[in-house]
Write a protein that binds this ligand. Sequence first.
Ligand code: CP
Length: 332
Amino acid sequence: MQTGLKGKHFLCEQDWTNEELETLMLVTDELKKRYLLDLDTDWLHNKSLFMLFFEESTRTRNAFECGITQLGGHANYLTPKATQIDHGETPKDTIEVLSRMGHAIGVRNSFVDGHKWMRELAKYSNIPVYNMQCDLWHPTQSIADLYTIREKFHNELKGRKFVISWTSAGNYMRPLSMAQSLVTLMPRFGLDVTLAHPKGFELMPDVLKVARENAEAYGSKFEIVNDMDEACTDADIIYAKGWGPIMTVGDDEKRGVEMINQNPGWIVNRERIELSKKHSIYMHCMPADRDIEVTSEVMDGPHSVLYDEAENRMHTIKALMALTMGNVTARR
Ligand code: CP
């Protein structure tokens, strides 16, 4: 078990070793058990968490906010408009001040170079910085996904087929972050990862390189296919959500949406679930576009673990805060 995590940032899964993530899973078990038994977990008494949201959120915000309350602390909800960030105050000046008052900060900024902004903030921060989703990664979602898969398969992950598939969700361009987090994290824990998307919807080359290296290092597999039926065949886990063709069109929203709409039919439906293994599970980080990304029949059906997955956001985030907040010493 890795115990020296106080003060550690969580900006990307790759920044944490497997041993550190295993510790987080272990603490999650304890916190989830205590939550179910209504036992006290006043481990972060009087600690303050800043939550800086550049974009909207249902699950992430409430997982952090309910989580810190259950740990005995308090959450401050911040937006650029509610702070001086909108008037141009720099990440350095913002965090130099907030570091003197609170004990951790989470940031959601999925705009182009959001991750860069977050790293700049973290460079000057004396308190842990959590990535609540940026343009590149969504690590507090992927750890909840890993925890959920371990629960559903009794921690027997080796050799299971994990599919992350694109979907035809065409109303706006979603970031690459969810798919990029999944393809890099899951091979580290023994899952054989199949990434499926139409041509033109590739992930970042550096990220694909890390996914391949992780598969190699941990004795698992990583493949890319351009056919959703092929991907779903014999799958143990089907995780399907849309993203924009950012590597092809950059941030050109109009062209991106056009390209998405040129690729209809990428939806999780009964036929595709029937291609998967009998015991397969269907996952999505949510919000899922009903009857666009997934049929309601599947979303509300026996293979779906969506609400357990969403609940596990809170338990894993509580473990993250419990391990990294507290008697934080200066980082620099
Ligand atoms: N999965 C997820 O991040 O949900 P929210 O956007 O509602 O936080």
